[in-house]
Design a protein around this ligand. Structure first.
Ligand code: DC
Length: 226
């Protein structure tokens, strides 16, 4: 199977639509790198909380946005995220971070810093180093509008909540759905880079599909881009 050289696959969509599992499996199957930009917004949020910054004070978040050193691994089988050298992959999934990540990611200084970091990972100064699957909210619209393939992945709120609750060891489905919908509202309504279906994106609704079926669809779309 000849994967297009240096292909960039941009996958945007709502919280819990299955982006991470889909993107990791697609990258693994096609031998591509993988970048979870949500983990970066979560990591900077974790750092703000650890520093005692008021995450609802946009000016306070903005002045500190340049401080933490973030590093993202791109192995789809072992995605890693560190802040100032500390692995925070577990901490960034906490309820505290879930509740704070949308206001932090609405701050323009946070976004401009992370978008620059994301572009540098997608295409380092020496040029693209192999293709990559990038997941987030604004990849196809802002970070990499020139992506060879843009996917907009969604699912019904009830299906998303049920999946997320299962991932979180049987958490309450109703509370999980409320948390997801609250994040969707802020992510879609913010002034800078709101969640939106990018021009030219292919809409994939995963409500009635298994993970393997969604992966098949996206792999098929990548291969059509040759
Ligand atoms: O994909 P996720 O649920 O881990 O993302 C966490 C939050 O980060 C989400 O509520 C919105 C924000 N985010 C963003 O604003 N832009 C991105 N490219 C990725 C995530």
């Amino acid at each position: 199977m000849d994967v297009p050289v240096n292909v960039v696959v941009a996958v945007d969509g709502t919280s819990g639509s299955g982006k991470s599992s889909t993107c990791r499996a697609v990258a693994d199957r096609l031998g591509l790198r993988y970048l979870d930009t949500g983990a970066q917004y979560r990591a900077i949020t974790w750092w703000m909380l650890a520093q005692g910054v008021d995450v609802h004070d946009a000016a306070a978040v903005a002045v500190r946005a340049g401080e933490p050193v973030l590093e993202s691994g791109t192995d789809p089988l072992a995605p890693a995220i560190t802040v100032d050298g500390r692995d925070v992959s577990v901490e960034i999934r906490s309820d505290e971070v879930n509740a704070a990540v949308s206001p932090v990611s609405a701050v323009p200084e946070v976004r401009s810093r992370l978008v620059a970091l994301q572009r540098a990972i997608i295409a380092p100064a020496e040029g693209l180093q192999g293709g990559i699957v990038v997941e987030g909210r604004d990849i196809g619209s802002v970070v990499w509008p020139q992506a060879e393939l843009k996917v907009y992945l969604t699912a019904d709120p009830a299906a998303r909540a049920a999946r997320r609750a299962l991932e979180n060891g049987g958490a309450d489905v109703t509370a999980t759905q409320e948390s997801l919908l609250a994040r969707d509202r802020i992510d879609s309504g913010r002034a800078v880079a709101p969640l939106t279906m990018a021009d030219g994106a292919v809409h994939v609704d995963s409500t009635e599909l298994t993970l393997d079926e969604v992966v098949d669809v996206v792999v098929g779309l990548v291969m059509e881009r040759r």
